[in-house]
Ligand binder design. Structure first.
Ligand code: CU
Length: 397
């Protein structure tokens, strides 16, 4: 591919990517630098120090780092300078690069203070990948040195012989522990790290309701969610049935059998590519539940809004339930005692009966879902109050 055609292909890919969703613009060429003096503002106004990467051209580090987007078979050379007071690297997580360019410092190189290095590789597999610093990894990762890397095909297919789609939206989960970021030189047992903040692309709470964080979709085709985690928490995603979510790729490879996903568990370092084909007029959320690693306890949920672009940036649908009166439970079936919570696509009160006709629930279901951990295995039916009068069945296994 000539330099000009490559530039056109990249520009086309980037304009597609930037059409919707939380995407950071890509500067070319990818000259990256790192610093250790970032300040990240959280949803509650808290400002926490972080370490990170940024584009040299923008002279600013971000949390997470810029999304790096390459085209399949592109020869990539990431030039990385480090004016910060400690050594850092760029580890290309999940990419099959050679050892010298892998960013594991002891087997490739450190980039010391005021040093510059480069990481060269051919982007020979399409998929969703990550990058992060590999120096004292637990600490440098906790401090914020991570980002997403996407390799796209120029033909608009997700992978060779795979489905076509319209747009890419990165969805990177991560978390922050206040104590670590305030005192990175303190001694923290990382196996017991208990994050205080849980983020999607660096944002949480009402920040995710900002127009630029909302995934706007059109009738052009499915949206590819590039899901990854760089957090210490386990993240459990809930996809409402109106999204018709199908997981096609895992850890940078196509799945031999795509599966319809109403839930997806994402551990640190994992990546999934999920296509969503939302119903027209949909305006709802994907819930991301964060569960801590030390005792697998539920911590918090973040909500990623998905909205039909015909509804505009600020105009919410009057009611998703009125647009989609068919009541649905998700996930369904659901495992008892799994800690997973049951959701419904209705804000109305529900009455739920078990197979013997016993009343099990009669109230609205909270946005965090219904705790069914103490419910017996079996078949249940749920009925909405007016105005929908919808009914659905679900199974607890
Ligand atoms: Cu580092």
């Amino acid at each position: 591919m000539t330099r000009i055609s490559l530039a056109i292909a990249l520009a086309t890919a980037l304009s597609i990517v930037s059409a919707v969703g939380p995407v950071l613009a890509q500067a070319l060429p990818p000259l990256l630098f790192s610093e250790m003096d970032g300040i990240h503002t959280l949803d509650d106004g808290t400002e926490l120090p972080f370490w990170g990467y940024g584009y040299v051209a923008e002279n600013e580090i971000t949390l997470p780092a810029p999304v790096l987007i390459y085209t399949l078979d592109q020869n990539v050379n990431i030039v990385f300078t480090n004016p910060s007071p400690e050594s850092h690297t760029i580890h290309l997580h999940g990419l099959d690069v050679d050892q010298a360019n892998d960013g594991v410092p002891t087997t490739s190189m450190f980039i010391p203070m005021n040093g510059t290095g480069s990481y060269a590789f051919t982007a020979d597999h399409e998929g969703t990948f990550l990058y992060h610093c590999h120096v004292t990894t637990t600490l440098h990762l906790s401090m914020g040195m991570y980002g997403m890397l996407i390799v796209k095909r120029p033909d608009g297919l997700l992978f060779e012989g795979g489905p076509a789609y319209s747009t890419d939206v990165p969805v990177l989960f991560s978390d922050l522990e206040i104590a670590t970021n305030l005192d990175p030189t303190g001694s923290f047992p990382f196996h017991d790290l208990r994050p205080d903040y849980f983020m999607v692309n660096g944002f949480s709470g009402t920040q995710l309701e900002e127009p630029e964080q909302i995934i706007h979709y059109s009738s052009d085709g499915p949206v590819a969610l590039r899901i990854g985690s760089m957090g210490y928490s386990r993240t459990l995603c809930y996809f409402p049935p109106e999204l018709h979510a199908v997981c096609h790729m895992s850890d940078g490879r196509a799945l031999s059998a795509p599966f319809a996903a109403d839930t997806l568990t994402v551990f640190s370092g994992e990546r999934f590519t999920v296509l969503i084909s939302p119903d027209p007029g949909f305006d709802g959320t994907i819930e991301a539940q964060f569960w801590n690693a030390p005792d697998n306890g539920y911590e918090q949920s973040q909500f990623i809004r998905v909205r039909d672009e015909v509804l505009g940036l600020d105009e919410a649908a009057a009611s998703t339930a009125s647009l989609h009166p068919a009541l649905t439970a998700y996930p369904n079936p659901i495992a008892s005692g799994s800690g997973v919570r049951l959701h419904f696509n209705s804000p109305n009160a529900l009455t739920i009966f078990d197979a013997s006709g016993r009343l099990c629930h009669n109230a609205p279901v909270p946005p965090s879902g219904l705790d069914i951990s103490s419910w017996s295995a079996g078949h249940y039916t749920a009925h909405t109050s007016s105005p929908d009068k919808g009914t659905t069945a679900f199974i607890i296994q």
